[in-house]
Design a protein around this ligand. Structure first.
Ligand code: AKG
Ligand code: FE2
Length: 214
């Protein structure tokens, strides 16, 4: 008995505990200042560098949709992040993510073995229609993770809210979450439908990813 417990030893982390509690209670968690202003600045600079180098691609859905159909579903541009070749900002990012994953695996036995993250840019006028993150026949996606990299002048009137559709006692209740810098939203990929409302002004910057089993 003692031996098994030794292997699971960890220092209790109040922030991670509150995320776990939220996920258990409401299937999603919103964490403000998960990333500091400095970290957001560095990550946004990294995203913009790569965008200027023309590395982003129009986001796809499934495989064989026509361009027009894709545009009517989502209008963002994405670039997958390769942890092995990550720059210093991305290393900061993955350090935090890996620490959270480690904690989840130790305390919740979630069995997160894989992860995938991409930068995303939503130009003015773009959106991502209501969907579930498991549409690509990928039932390994367990938790969705979105981290917002907008600057400190981001206003709610810019639009681009993430709306999570929650079932509360048989009633659908939309939760409007603004893409504030440093904010992270984590939710159950297989349970919660959500959408990104049209960006009305400015460009919307984020990193989106999935924590996966098996
Ligand atoms: O950027 C967001 O708030 C959510 C993005 C999203 O739903 C997705 O990429 O699947
Ligand atoms: Fe999504």
């Amino acid at each position: 008995m003692d031996e098994l417990f030794d292997q699971l030893e960890f220092i209790e982390n109040p922030l991670y505990e509150s995320i776990i509690e939220d996920l258990l209670e409401q299937q999603y968690s919103v964490v403000d200042n998960f990333f500091s202003a400095e970290e957001v600045f560095l990550l946004r600079a990294s995203l913009l560098d790569k965008y200027e180098e023309d590395k982003f691609k129009k986001a796809a859905i499934g495989n064989k949709f026509e361009e027009q159909i894709i545009k009517s579903i989502r209008g963002d541009f994405v670039l997958w992040i390769d942890e092995k070749n990550s720059n210093s900002a991305e290393k900061l990012f993955f350090n935090k993510i890996n620490s959270l994953i480690d904690y989840l695996n130790k305390t919740c036995f979630l069995g997160i073995l894989h992860k995938e993250f991409h930068y995303a840019i939503y130009p003015e006028g773009t959106f991502y229609k209501r969907h579930l993150d498991t549409f690509q026949n990928d039932d390994r996606r367990k938790l969705s993770f979105v981290c917002y990299l907008n600057d400190e002048n981001w206003k709610n009137e810019n639009g681009g809210e993430l709306v999570i559709y929650k079932d509360e006692n048989g009633m659908e209740v939309p939760k409007n979450l603004y893409p504030l810098p440093g904010r992270v939203v984590i939710f159950e990929s297989q349970l919660l439908e959500h959408e990104v409302k049209t960006v009305l002004a400015s460009e919307r910057y984020s990193i989106t990813g999935w924590l996966k089993t098996r």
